[in-house]
Design a protein around this ligand. Structure first.
Ligand code: SF4
Length: 321
């Protein structure tokens, strides 16, 4: 099967500790998360609870964002400076991290949609924004795979998160090798994936390699910057169809009329959001093996992350959310 024999690099992911790692929520509970459980086998997690790290007990009276301060309404204590100091120190010490999974809507960990109140007593929020720790993560690690557990329930967002995560972890290994040949191989095996994500950035990445300086670090840094840009937005399904047709052209002369008809039927179903991308990829992967297409066999597009994560990713729901 394409890419399956290759051992994937384990990404390093910082995760909010209350997502199944410890009972550290304000009310002394944890939140089991089946997606995170499944990921444990494939990812090196770094669990952290910023509220516990700044010295808060569990259980504890909840904290909230009041205007631009992080406060505990019941006690009137203000944790803004402590939380900012902890976040900066913790994030500055992180090395070789590829992504983050943060707790949805938390005034500390949340990356967006966290309620912001006009004062400590009112029940009605005035606006929304990131939590204190989440905001520093977004500022400091722009371009990495960062999501909250709420958004990851959407299969399209999960698919994008995982693709970016495993591609960036793979690149990190290539960068560490300081081998230009490994960088060229990385580019070759990600060609279809990058074509689906961002054709303009794919061209720029090709130019960076064609005009490479005699200095691996300079080339790799420039490549990394554009790789992150290329992966910053999830691919449109029309771009995926374009790449699927590109792959199909490798076999079209070898297929019989019924097989061709079935492939185009699947493309129509995918276009109408009736089936997930993986349903067509299964068919194409089968043809890659049947016709022993060595170029396509290497393409990460067919399997950008470990195979057993696909079943929880492509539920067939969630397009355009
Ligand atoms: S959301 Fe963050 S700060 Fe709150 S309990 Fe979970 S890990 Fe701790």
């Amino acid at each position: 099967m394409p890419n399956s024999s290759k051992k994937m690099v384990k990404p390093k992911v910082v995760v909010s500790k209350c997502l199944g790692f410890a009972k550290c929520r304000w009310n002394g509970t944890t939140i089991p998360d089946s997606f995170i459980d499944k990921l444990k086998k494939h990812v090196n997690f770094i669990p952290v609870c910023p509220e516990v790290e700044i010295g808060l007990n569990t259980p504890r009276p909840p904290i909230r964002i009041v205007n631009n301060r992080l406060v505990q309404p019941k006690t009137g204590r203000d944790f803004t400076d402590k939380m900012n100091r902890f976040s900066e120190k913790f994030l500055n010490n992180l090395k070789n991290v590829d992504g983050f999974i943060l707790k949805y809507k938390s005034p500390s960990c949340g990356m967006k949609n966290v309620l912001i109140y006009p004062n400590k007593d009112t029940r009605k929020a005035k606006s929304q924004g990131p939590g204190f720790f989440g905001k520093k993560v977004l500022e400091r690690f722009k371009g990495l795979s960062i999501e909250d557990e709420g958004r990851l329930r959407n299969f399209r967002i999960r698919e994008h998160f995982l693709t970016r995560l495993f591609t960036l972890a793979d690149f990190r290994k290539v960068k560490k090798s300081k081998s230009i040949q490994k960088l060229l191989d990385f580019h070759t095996r990600n060609k279809f994936l990058l074509m689906a994500y961002n054709q303009k950035e794919l061209r720029i990445l090709g130019q960076i390699l064609a005009n490479q300086a005699n200095n691996f670090s300079i080339t790799a840094d420039e490549y990394e910057e554009h790789l992150r840009l290329a992966l910053s937005r999830m691919p449109r399904y029309t771009s995926n169809i374009n790449v699927l047709l590109h792959a199909y052209n490798h076999f079209s002369k070898k297929l019989n009329a019924k097989e061709k008809k079935y492939f185009h039927h699947l493309i129509d179903e995918y276009r109408d959001a009736k089936i997930p991308l993986s349903a067509i990829l299964v068919l194409l992967k089968d043809w890659v093996m049947r016709f022993d297409d060595k170029f396509l066999a290497k393409q990460t597009f067919f399997q950008p992350y470990p195979e057993d994560l696909i079943s929880i990713t492509d539920s067939g729901k969630g397009r355009n959310k």
